[in-house]
Design a protein around this ligand. Structure first.
Ligand code: ADP
Length: 566
């Protein structure tokens, strides 16, 4: 995948490599210059010419090097940007079961922390590696031209020691991967505490939550330290290899000078090149170790890449007549290791009518909605919307046809207008006004200081529970759904809000199909069809009066809610 990311930039990479090579010519020329100066001194000639030439070369080289460095860094930023965009695109298109399984904090850390690590690796590691590889090759070529025997000796020593050091690379990668995992755990723990912030405070559990997060941070530190230990050992091998090579070259080179095979000036120049190699070699080792960190981050990014995603969704309004829903012997569980939630659910919610799902909590009512939206796939049985199996619907079309009002926190951070037009950004003012009127929210807009442009706060904390719910209904309505799924909030609504909700549901049901999960029977006594669910099965269905007469559980539910005296 690193290859995929770098591939579109390979021309830039080559260009920057050439710039670096041109830029380092000054540095590379230095030992040759030393040799020529020594020779000129020996011959009693002037050294002014070579000194002037070298100054110009060094200055020019420095400017070109800076340019090459900049080109590489900019390429690095570009690569990280595409990795981030790709990852975010992936995360938001993941299927619901994957997101249920992965923790939001961990996902967040993959998008932020792992891509940041990737950035460091590419800008420091890859950029450094390209520059130093160019220098290394350049120096090696010049050394070979001067004396190839000594070059072979040098490369042999460096490769030997470097090879030993490279044995550490897999360990560095493993330690780095575990350190990033610990960071992901830290993100998850922090996310958990922030999600339940008030509960944490009310329970006096701050210290305990802090301890959990601190433990994850400490784990990240320990694993980071282990990785650093390996990295410093690997780093030393570069230095060590040059020192060793220096001794060996001195011995072999000395013998060659004594035998007259080379001049003393060449030996000095050669040794200078050897020291010149320390910096690029060190940088190459550092790049290799950093690459291990980068590969660890890439592993975590690639895990997300490998997860199944959904086809691109569509925004905007739909057109079409109201559609009904049919469940036919649907069996479902949330995971292979989970208990079965639906044991053969069958019912029909006819098109253009108001139907209600009622029953004790845990009966599997909300799961019905998750299945209709195809957040999850049923194990067996058939679900059809508008007479077509939902498996045969194009997923974005299905989602566009179905409006879904969730039970909890259905308001997003932003203005009221943004919330209303979330699913259909192009609606007209007139449509917004009508949706507000239908959901009895016009007085709310008049009351808010900036009307539609008022910020409703994180999760809509500036609105009451009943208002939040009606904002969510208005949002769903603006998309003109052919089927509206409404999961009524479990929290108690006051009498005024409850009455309004009832009016709104009745009004919406005149225009489209409505399937509502009712926790208060009062909202749905007038429904065309009430479906009573219990423990993953449908036990009865009919109108309110029919069910009061025929179904014990329904009668009991009604009695506890003071609707009938039994
Ligand atoms: P109801 O809406 O009737 O209260 P639900 O459909 O919400 O019932 O839940 C039915 C069962 O499925 C419950 O036991 C619940 O714990 C389980 N359940 C609901 N959502 C999930 C989920 N995302 N992952 C795993 N289990 C779930």
């Amino acid at each position: 995948m690193l290859g995929d990311l770098v591939k579109p930039h390979r021309r830039t990479l080559v260009f920057a490599g050439l710039l670096t090579l041109a830029g380092s010519a000054g540095g590379l020329a230095m030992p040759l210059f030393v040799r020529s100066v020594i020779d000129r001194f020996g011959a009693g000639e002037s050294v002014l010419g070579p000194v002037l030439l070298l100054s110009v070369v060094v200055l020019l080289g420095a400017s070109i090097s800076a340019l090459g460095q900049f080109v590489l860094e900019r390429m690095g930023e570009g690569i990280v940007l595409s990795a981030r965009v790709r990852l975010v695109d992936r995360v938001l298109r993941l299927r619901v079961p994957e997101v249920d399984r992965l923790k939001p904090g961990d996902l967040l850390s993959r998008v932020t922390s792992d891509t940041t690590l990737l950035r460091t690796v590419i800008t420091d590691g890859l950029v450094g590696a390209v520059g130093s590889a160019v220098l290394f090759v350049g120096a090696a070529v010049l050394m070979g031209v001067m004396d190839w025997v000594l070059l072979v000796v040098t490369l042999g020593v460096v490769a030997g020691v470097g090879g030993l050091g490279s044995l550490l690379l897999p360990r560095i990668r493993a330690a780095s991967l575990r350190a990033q995992e610990a960071l992901g755990d830290m993100g998850s723990a922090l996310d958990r505490a922030l999600q339940a912030f008030r509960t944490v405070k009310a329970s006096g559990a701050e210290a305990r939550e802090i301890a959990v997060i601190e433990a994850a941070a400490t784990k990240a530190r320990d694993r980071g330290v282990r990785s650093s230990a390996y990295q410093s050992i690997a780093g030393t091998t570069a230095w060590l290899s040059v020192q060793l090579a220096f001794l060996v070259v001195l011995a072999v080179g000395g013998a060659r000078v004594a035998s007259g095979a080379m001049t003393i000036a060449t030996l000095i120049a050669f040794l200078l090149y050897l020291f010149f190699l320390v910096a690029p070699l060190g940088q190459m080792v550092q790049a290799a170790t950093q690459l291990q960190n980068g590969l660890a981050a890439l592993t975590r990014i690639r895990e997300i890449d490998a997860l199944p995603v959904e086809p691109a969704a569509t925004q905007g309004q739909t057109t079409g007549v109201p559609v009904g829903v049919v469940f036919d012997d649907v069996v479902f569980r949330y995971g292979d290791d989970r208990p079965t939630v639906h044991h053969g659910v069958s019912f029909e919610a006819p098109a253009g009518r108001l139907s209600a799902l009622v029953g004790p909590s845990g009966a599997g009512k909300s799961t019905v909605f998750g299945l209709v939206e195809r957040f999850y796939e049923p194990g067996s049985g058939r679900i059809s919307v508008g007479g077509t199996d939902i498996a045969d619907w194009h997923l974005p079309d299905l989602r566009a046809a179905v409006g879904y009002v969730e039970q909890d926190a259905p308001v997003l951070d932003g203005t009221l207008r943004e919330n209303l037009t979330f699913a259909a950004p192009d609606v007209t003012e007139e449509e917004i006004r009508r949706a507000l009127a239908r959901t009895r929210l016009d007085d709310l807009v008049d009351r808010l200081p900036e009307g539609l442009e008022t910020e409703v706060g994180h999760r809509g904390i500036l609105l009451s529970g009943g208002e939040r719910q009606r904002v969510a209904i208005a949002r769903a309505l603006l998309r003109r759904p052919r089927l509206l799924l409404l999961d009524e909030a479990t929290s108690q609504l006051d009498a005024v809000n409850e009455l309004r909700l009832r009016e709104v549901i009745a009004e919406v049901a005149r225009e489209t199909t409505v399937l509502v999960i009712a926790h208060r029977l009062s909202t749905v006594t007038g429904a065309d069809r009430i479906i009573v669910m219990e423990a993953g099965r449908v036990r009865a269905s009919g109108t309110h009066d029919e069910l009061i007469a025929e179904d014990d559980l329904y009668r009991e539910l009604a009695a506890t809610q003071f609707l009938v005296n039994s």
